[in-house]
Structures are given as structure tokens and as C-alpha cells.
Design a protein around this ligand. Structure first.
Ligand SMILES: [Zn+2]
Length: 286
């Protein structure tokens, strides 16, 4: 006989294990090569994402020239450009001038690596997983560019919409029609909200970049998960906005980059959106 309190603990532990196991499909456990490859690819693509975040808003090429130290201008050699490892070995400083390198570079690399590892686990070795990897990296890049510049470049959002529509031809949701309607719907709703907001408050809360980003989210995710993304982004944006006002007073009331919230919410929805939508549908239908 185990005391009832211990029974409860065993039940809870079993429950937690079952939830964790639901994130790990059997095939992912059987083929450790796939998650390992995904992690490595995620780190390398994350390194390229840093270049995109830095150069796309400045309308510079992401291919040439080689990356340079922003302090001394020395080109960064291949051996100093290994994701995470180089940063650690160099102690976060330029080899030439010892100027500190922003912690954001390894953070973006590491985050992108973890995203790919998570997707590899959750979706298995599928084309769908690869599509979602590209999608989450695009969202990460858009989020950080919007944070820095209040800008969501067309060179990401427009091909992003096209890629989302093309990806809907693969098996699984959304259907091609659903993807196209969700993209159009996202664009039109954001445009409408922006116009209404300008009419009511005379402020531009949502720029054209946000309309296109909403279309891209709709094309990839379908309308239910797109709405969930917008809802979570608005919730997070409101929380951060109120937090800034609380800490900094009215001076904290400056414009927030909504694309940043949309991007991070979109990434969350890629992982938990299906479960949240199913849970919500269960609530409605009892
Ligand atoms: Zn330097």
C-alpha cells in the first residue's frame, strides 16, 4: 500500500511524462540522425539569419561582401564564423580589435538551432518539417528587423506569402483554397483595422508591412491558427505596453513593433497552435 499522497505524486509524474512523450513521435526517437542534422542546419541558417537581420533593412546584399567586425572592419574568417563555437572561443570579442560582439548573434543562432530541433522532433523527417523550419526562421528575422527598424521588408513578406501558398499544395492543412482565402483575409482585416484606427485615433498603428505579414501567416497557417497568432500577439503587445507604462510612466507609451509580437506568436503557434485550436473547439462543442 502506498500512501495516497504518494499515489498522487506518481499520477502527476505519469501525466507529465505522457505530455512530454506526446512531443516526441516514435520515428524521431528511432532516427537520432534527423534531429541532429536539423540542429546543425538550424545553427548554420541562424548564422545566415543574423546577416539578413543586419543587412536586409539597409538594402545590402546578404551574399557579398564577407561579414566584417563593425568596430574595426576586419573581415570575419571562416574559422571565426562557426555558429556558437566561435563566439565562445573568442570570449565574445573580435579577434583583431577585441571589441565586444553583440550577444544577439549567438542568441539568434542558438534559438534557430533549437527551433529546428523542436520541429524535427515534433514533425519527424518530413517535407512539412522543412517548410516549417523556413517559416519560423523567416518569422524570427522579421521579428528582429521590426524591433530594430519598425520595418517588415517586402523581400521577406512577399516571397513568404508565395511560399505559404505553394506549401499548401503539400498534404495536410491548410488546403490551397484555405491558404489563399486566409492570406487574403489576413491582409484585408489588417488593412481595415489600420484604416479604422487612423480614422478614430489619427495614428498609424499597423503599417503595410504588418498587412503583408498577416497574409503570410494566413498562407502558412490557415485562418484558425492565423487568428490565434493575432490574438496572442495582441495579448503580448498589450501586456508589454502596460508594463512599459507601469515602469516608465507615460513616457513609456511609445510605438511598439507589432510585427515583433506577430513573429514570436507565430512561432509559438507553429508548436502549440493545433493543440490550442482543438482545445478551443472542444470548449465550444462541449
Ligand atoms: Zn574588430
Amino acid at each position: 500500500m502506498t500512501p495516497p499522497e504518494q499515489d498522487g505524486k506518481i499520477l502527476a509524474a505519469n501525466g507529465i511524462c505522457r505530455v512530454l512523450a506526446s512531443f516526441l513521435p516514435q520515428e524521431a526517437l528511432e532516427t537520432p540522425l534527423w534531429p541532429a542534422t536539423a540542429l546543425a542546419a538550424g545553427l548554420i541558417v541562424g548564422s545566415f539569419a543574423n546577416v539578413c537581420i543586419h543587412r536586409l533593412p539597409l538594402r545590402q546584399s546578404v551574399v557579398t561582401p564577407r561579414s566584417r567586425c563593425p568596430a574595426c572592419g576586419a573581415p570575419i574568417t571562416a574559422r571565426d564564423n562557426i555558429p556558437l563555437l566561435s563566439y565562445a572561443l573568442l570570449g565574445g570579442r573580435c579577434r583583431g580589435c577585441r571589441a565586444p560582439i553583440s550577444l544577439r548573434y549567438p542568441a539568434v543562432e542558438g534559438a534557430n538551432g533549437l527551433l529546428y530541433l523542436g520541429l524535427a522532433w515534433q514533425l519527424g523527417p518530413t517535407l512539412h518539417a522543412v517548410v516549417m523550419m523556413a517559416f519560423t526562421t523567416a518569422l524570427l528575422v522579421l521579428s528582429l528587423i521590426d524591433l530594430d527598424h519598425y520595418l517588415l521588408p517586402n523581400v521577406i513578406t512577399l516571397p513568404g506569402i508565395a511560399a505559404g501558398l505553394a506549401a499548401s499544395l503539400l498534404p495536410g492543412p491548410p488546403t490551397p483554397l484555405g491558404s489563399a482565402l486566409s492570406a487574403a483575409g489576413g491582409y484585408v482585416v489588417f488593412l481595415g483595422v489600420a484604416r479604422a484606427w487612423r480614422g478614430l485615433r489619427n495614428v498609424d498603428a499597423l503599417g503595410e508591412g504588418d498587412w503583408k505579414m498577416a497574409a503570410m501567416l494566413g498562407a502558412f497557417l490557415g485562418w484558425q491558427q492565423m487568428l490565434l497568432t493575432v490574438f496572442l500577439a495582441a495579448l503580448a503587445g498589450t501586456a508589454v505596453g502596460l508594463g512599459l507604462i507601469a515602469f516608465r510612466g507615460r513616457t513609456g507609451q511609445h510605438k511598439l513593433p507589432f510585427g515583433t509580437f506577430l513573429g514570436f506568436a507565430g512561432i509559438a503557434v507553429v508548436f502549440i497552435g493545433e493543440r490550442l485550436v482543438a482545445w478551443y473547439a472542444g470548449l465550444l462543442h462541449g
